[in-house]
Design a protein around this ligand. Structure first.
Ligand SMILES: [Zn+2]
Length: 192
């Protein structure tokens, strides 16, 4: 990852969150923005980068740096600081910092954008919690009445090439006995 001249100058070649000058420094694009332009990016050190990548902010003391970086003049730095502070809001100092800062509405929206997208995603799981995808093969975990027919699909029936019902996390479609029917995810187990 190379850091543009613009970012090098802006950051003074140090982490814009914690001030660390150790190499390597990363140009981190603050999601959900995707364009790798300096306005969307924050220069961060390896330590900050690693913790952000694994989404683990348990090292509270490290993140006390956000009390300073939240006041940056760079919107992307403010947004990233705000975002991480929110993940630390169980800490008094983090909550106080969030309450003390008055971020522009569009920046607050940017900071919450990734979580909002995540919440909108419909995720299908089988009765054991395994992630389901279109094309998977599943097994019925109990006998099912096939609606509109007299056919009862027995427990253990294999249903191949399922389709996810995109707006309902509890439903998939699959072919049983030649008919495509809706099946509830709580009655299936993913076959591996
Ligand atoms: Zn850092």
């Amino acid at each position: 990852m190379t850091i543009s001249i613009q970012l090098q100058e802006r950051s003074n070649q140090s982490c814009e969150l914690c001030g660390n000058q150790g190499e390597p420094l990363h140009a981190y694009t603050v999601p959900p923005k995707q364009d790798d332009i300096s306005e969307n990016q924050v220069v961060i050190c390896e330590e900050c980068f690693t913790q952000i990548s694994v989404n683990n902010y348990d090292n509270y003391n490290h993140w006390r740096c956000l009390e300073g970086s939240i006041w940056s003049e760079v919107p992307a730095v403010q947004v990233l600081s705000y975002k991480i502070l929110n993940k630390l809001s169980a800490q008094d100092w983090a909550r106080d910092t969030i309450e003390g800062v008055n971020l522009d509405e569009n920046l607050v929206e940017w900071a919450g954008g990734e979580d909002a997208l995540e919440a909108e995603r419909v995720i299908h799981k089988d009765s054991y919690g395994a992630l389901l995808e279109t094309g998977d093969t599943v097994v019925l975990t109990q006998n099912l009445n096939v609606k509109g027919t007299n056919y009862i699909a027995p427990k253990g029936t294999i249903v191949r090439k399922i389709k996810l019902v995109h707006d309902n996390a509890e439903q998939i479609e699959g072919k049983i006995n030649g008919d495509t029917i809706v099946i509830l995810t709580k009655y299936i187990k993913k076959s591996v």
